[in-house]
Design a protein around this ligand. Structure first.
Ligand code: SME
Length: 153
């Protein structure tokens, strides 16, 4: 049977709970999402450092964007607005900073602790419009689990 979104969330939740620290929880979350979601070609977490997003754990091709100012890219826009951004066609979005030529769509989900942005989950797909409401729900739940973990460790 195919893996469901609920299965994936359960897997991420267990991995985050088992992780001994917040940095390791971020790494584990990236690994579970990359391993279980076939359309997630690039999965990474950026961590906010002052006015810049710094690339933390990721799976996929190395990105040239290891530091992104808050006023740049879809990543910067999501952190600034503190809201999830889904881009169905990255070529049609002037904010887009290219990571890989194959990328067609992207979702960026802020990790929020209260009103503070800790970072964000960034996922690219090689398919157009790969991210829908179920992806948003899954990834916002993962972001909330990570935010909770950051308080504990
Ligand atoms: N596409 C992002 C940059 C990060 S790479 O995709 C890994 C953006 O537009 O902010």
């Amino acid at each position: 049977m195919a893996v469901t979104y609920d299965d994936v969330l359960s897997g991420v939740r267990s991995a985050i709970e088992r992780a001994p620290s917040y940095p390791e929880a971020m790494l584990e979350a990236v690994n579970v999402l990359k391993d279980q979601m076939p359309d997630y070609a690039w999965v990474g977490i950026y961590v906010l450092d002052g006015q810049e997003l710094v690339l933390g754990p990721y799976r996929g091709k190395p990105s040239p964007h290891t530091r992104i100012p808050l006023n740049q890219g879809i990543c910067g826009a999501a952190a600034s607005s503190k809201e999830t951004i889904i881009v169905d066609d990255v070529d049609a979005d002037p904010r887009y900073l290219a990571c890989s030529l194959e990328t067609r769509s992207e979702i960026v989900v802020p990790i929020l602790r209260g009103a503070d942005v800790l970072g964000e989950i960034d996922i690219d797909s090689d398919k157009k419009a790969a991210f829908g409401p179920a992806d948003r729900e899954l990834l916002e739940a993962v972001a909330a689990l990570l935010a909770r973990k950051s308080v504990q460790s």
